[in-house]
Write a protein that binds this ligand. Structure first.
Ligand code: UDP
Length: 412
């Protein structure tokens, strides 16, 4: 287990004027009450993907309120992440099989983690996703309260794999799912439904003027006088990167000067990334208007912000999606989003009002063309989207919801 040291980031006062005053007061009140509760978040990685993105921002925000929040990640061999990516895919419905040997790798790595953690150091554990979920079974509850925080779409899981987890998920004092549909059958104790959130004030999401964004986008050779459609996502089959390229190709027949930007960092716990990246590259080859960029090209938070700000359209064409932070990130910048009509995306996009929900590459292409040819409507949609995000998907709301869970679990 590795302790993650977070950089001081925003403090709650910075959110004054962004969030409603009532939320601000509620957070202060809860933080005052829960100041002595020692909380530990545990997940798989400190970099790449939505969970790391949330914790990088949430832990410093909590600390700024004098809350005792720590964050630890699993230390593991690549073989463990090969297995946990399979588990992740299975819990999202892939009918694959996990062999006994693979389950052993999973279990023994969870056992290894307990050497570096003393449960009596904490009052509440938040265990994120399946990777560290078995730790509770290896170490015992030791008087602490344990919460399993599931970020993935487990509405139609591969039941064999789900059954393995259900054996010990019952030990948890509470579970949090992003949507009610995701609650695994057989779980009924202390279930909370809490969607994730973005940090509106971070480098990735702060308001950037178009001039600054333009300069950054141009650094990567993208022509800012021509239309740009972008997807920001790990290279993962559920994010449908090939479908994105195909949608672009169909749209290009009607908008010949269209450019496609695909930004995809390689997450530490995602071994599939490299291979899918190569596949996408093969698919895109020969087209100079397709830009495949990653953190290895210098695309970090600032650059993601610039592309989300400057693009005419942001896509999140997933075929399964727990939530999809990238949707809220783009809407916060008033950029309309075309999202796959799956998982947590429809909670963020109201079809036809703040963007479009699509079920195929043809529909996706049609909406790209529409948004590029109807700039005023696109702009109006983006504006409405920003307000939806302000009210529902900003970090203080998430912290408030989690503090309420902590309050409930520690009240006696
Ligand atoms: N992200 C990034 N660079 C990339 C790809 C993704 O910074 O090249 C970020 C993205 O901005 C978002 C997070 O990674 O904050 C992805 O979260 P999401 O919920 O969309 O998907 P997940 O990866 O958790 O499935």
């Amino acid at each position: 287990m590795i302790s993650v040291v977070t950089k001081p980031s925003v403090v709650i006062e910075d959110y004054k004027g962004v969030i409603d005053d009532s939320l601000f007061d509620e957070i202060h009140e809860l933080a005052q009450k829960l100041r002595d509760v020692r909380v530990c978040h545990v997940n798989a990685t400190s970099y790449g993907g939505g969970v790391a993105e949330i914790l990088q921002k949430e832990i410093p925000l909590a600390k700024s309120l004098d809350l005792k929040f720590d964050w630890k990640t699993i230390s593991a061999y690549p073989a463990f992440f090969d297995v946990t990516k399979k588990i992740h895919n299975a819990l999202q419905g892939n009918p694959l099989t996990i062999s006994d040997k693979e389950w052993q790798v999973y279990s023994s790595c969870n056992i290894d983690q307990i050497k570096q953690i003393n449960p009596s150091d904490y009052d509440v554990f938040f265990i994120h996703d399946p990777q560290p979920a078995e730790i509770i079974n290896c170490i015992g509850k030791n008087g602490a309260k344990w919460v399993w925080r599931c970020h993935i779409d487990t509405s139609e899981p591969n039941q064999k794999v789900a059954d393995y987890f259900l054996k010990f998920l019952d030990m948890y004092d509470a579970s949090i799912f992003t949507m009610a549909d995701y609650v695994l059958k057989g779980m009924d104790k202390n279930i909370f439904i809490i969607p994730p959130a973005i940090d509106a004030l971070s480098e990735k999401n702060r308001l950037m003027n178009r001039k600054e964004a333009k300069k950054i986008v141009e650094r990567f050779g993208v022509d800012t006088t021509r239309p740009i459609a972008t997807q920001v996502s790990r290279f993962d089959p559920w994010k449908d990167p090939i479908g994105v390229v195909e949608s672009y190709k169909i749209a290009k027949a009607k908008v010949p000067n269209l450019q496609l930007v695909m930004i995809g960092s390689m997450a530490d716990d995602d071994p599939e990334g490299e291979q899918i990246f190569k596949e996408v590259k093969r698919h895109a080859s020969g087209d100079k208007d397709i830009f495949l960029l990653s953190n290895q090209d210098g695309v970090h938070d600032l650059e993601v912000n610039a592309f989300q700000t400057y693009s005419d359209v942001i896509m999140q064409k997933s075929t399964k999606e727990g939530f999809g932070l990238t949707v809220s990130e783009a809407l916060w910048k008033e950029t309309p989003v075309i999202g796959g009509n799956v998982g947590g995306i429809p909670t963020q996009i109201e079809d036809g009002k703040t963007g479009f929900l699509v079920n195929s590459k043809e529909e996706c292409a049609e909406k790209i063309v529409y948004l590029i040819q109807n700039k005023d409507i696109a702009h109006e949609m983006g504006k409405k989207g920003r307000e939806v995000v302000r009210q529902n998907f900003l970090l203080p709301r998430l912290l408030r919801d989690e503090l309420k869970v902590i309050e409930q679990l520690t009240k006696d």
